[in-house]
Ligand binder design. Structure first.
Ligand code: GAP
Length: 492
């Protein structure tokens, strides 16, 4: 695979998304608003499959549970979590046209480098040094400042109660930790997952589903005893597994290191508990989502770049050609007791646990994924053109349908036989797209561009010997198989 950037691919993906029903601008009949997208019927199927595949991979271990919490949370939650004080984006206003830009983004666009986590003073210095002007009107830019990214919402009438739309699903889990701990087995480690919406008032939403104002996160908070951070009971299963890392040292030489999990512990001094989940995440991308090796890496963040709540922070990055290169699609965050201690202090509730006579506040390892951003990255990786044939080689785990079913013609009892085959496939719990219109060639093309792997055709021979042809999206090979021997649902 060639790692190149291709902005024109974004237009092609958007065109496909609109034509076929993956996603479109929200409220588009009213002109829409930046950073808000709706999913069409195919996009919704892909999103559900992604979420369920994620659940299957990360929540199948013992002591992993899923909860659902509200998206509106009182202000105190975010005082405690530190979001009121620290969840800020750097901005700069144009003195000419008044447009407010994200300061680090316009520097990035100008210098073609990433500038995350710099102070406003440093950003102002870079703007001045490189004489960066407003990209809209070439006007002079004001000194960089900051704005809070959360959406405030007053609930109730009159004075009401000040709440915010949650900027991450994580806080819904933290405020429920103690109750869930009591309801479950009162044991650590304990994982609580939440798949749901998060909201951020992004100054410059862009790259379609990459930077949105309302988006879905799939996050897993693992609560554990900090005294056990240097061990994981299943570490021996992955100790020789090779991680693809882009550490702070690698960033200087612009190289990628492949290192076994045991060496990541020994040489990089990462805790075993943390490394176990790096491996778990990488396996999700390589074995389940089939992301090519060259398009995946973990990027270590330095102290300036790390989120304010993290002590160890590696981003999950995927190379997204149409969005300009490596994009953060998730992260593995060691949040210590930052959040639970914050909530204990502000809520005045005791959030400590007592295990074997020792009382302590659990620490948290957070596995955080942006669902929409991952879906966009997968669409980008899957899209290819072969002459006038568009193929979306999505991994089976997230294809909108498990198979397509075509009666060759609409006569001679073939539709009736196709119905029989449909029932058989449904019994196997496969999702089927039934298409009876147009030539078989056209029907194959329609399925190729939405990513369906197998197309099953019922023809005259099917009536004679109970066989069908199964045509594969990637090889385009057709094989004749007995109906009763047809594929099983892919298991992960
Ligand atoms: N709970 C930790 C947390 O929220 P984050 O790095 O801010 O960490 C996690 O966000 C993931 O959510 C990101 O890696 C990204 O995939 C997704 N995400 C964040 N902001 C987003 C946005 N504006 N639009 C789409 N996805 C976003």
């Amino acid at each position: 695979m060639d790692l190149k950037k291709d902005a024109s691919k974004a237009d092609k993906l958007e065109d496909l998304a609109l034509r076929r029903g993956f996603f479109n601008q929200a409220s588009e009949i009213y002109g829409g608003a930046g950073g808000l997208y709706d999913y069409g019927y195919l996009g919704t199927l892909v999103k559900r499959k992604f979420e369920n595949t994620w659940r299957k991979h990360f929540l199948s271990e013992q002591s992993m549970f899923e909860i659902e919490t509200t998206t509106l949370m009182p202000e105190s939650v975010f005082v405690a979590s530190g979001h009121i004080k620290n969840f800020l984006d750097p901005t700069t206003r144009c003195k000419g046209c008044g447009t407010i830009h994200r300061a680090d983004h316009i520097i990035e666009e100008f210098l073609h480098e990433t500038f995350e986590g710099l102070s406003t003073e440093k950003l102002t210095e870079i703007i001045r040094k490189h004489r960066i002007k407003c990209p809209k009107c070439k006007g002079e830019l004001e000194d960089a400042a900051t704005v809070n990214m959360m959406f405030p919402v007053t609930i109730g009438v009159g004075e009401g109660i000040k709440t915010y739309l949650r900027p991450e699903t994580a806080q819904g889990v933290y405020v429920n930790f103690k109750r869930s701990f009591e309801q479950l087995r009162k044991k650590l480690p304990m994982g609580l997952a939440l798949v749901g919406k998060a909201y951020r008032n992004e100054i410059s939403p862009r790259n379609l589903l990459i930077r949105m104002r309302e988006f879905t996160q799939a996050e897993l908070q693992i609560f554990f005893d900090p005294q056990h951070i240097d061990k994981h009971e299943k570490f021996h299963d992955i100790e020789n597994y090779k991680l693809v890392l882009y550490s702070i040292a690698d960033r200087k030489s612009n190289t990628i290191t492949e290192i076994s999990c045991s060496d990541a512990v020994k040489k990089l001094h990462l805790p075993q508990f943390y490394v176990y989940y790096l491996a778990k995440i990488q396996k999700f991308y390589s074995e389940v989502l089939r992301v090519p090796k060259q398009a995946f890496r973990f990027k270590e963040l330095n102290e300036e770049e790390r989120a304010f709540y993290n002590k160890i922070h590696w981003d999950i990055e995927i190379f997204v050609e149409s969005a300009g290169g490596w994009k953060e699609c998730g992260g593995l965050h060691y949040r210590t007791d930052h959040d639970l201690s914050g909530h204990q202090k502000i809520s005045k509730q005791d959030l400590s646990v007592n295990i074997d006579g020792r009382s302590f506040i659990p620490h948290v390892l957070e596995l955080s994924f942006g669902v929409d951003r991952n879906i966009y990255a997968l669409l980008d990786l899957a899209y290819r053109e072969e002459g006038d044939r568009i193929v979306l080689s999505l991994p089976e785990a997230v294809t909108p349908f498990d198979a397509a079913l075509f009666p060759l013609v609409n006569k001679d009892n073939i539709p009736q036989k196709a119905e029989e085959v449909k029932k058989f496939l449904k019994m196997k719990d496969l999702s089927i797209f039934y298409d009876e219109s147009g030539s078989i060639g056209k029907r194959y093309r329609r399925m190729d561009e939405i990513g369906v792997v197998n197309c099953v055709t019922v023809d005259h021979q099917s009536l004679q010997d109970n066989t069908v042809t199964v045509r594969n999206r990637d090889t385009m090979l057709q094989t004749r198989v007995k109906i009763e021997n047809m594929f099983r649902k892919v298991e992960f």
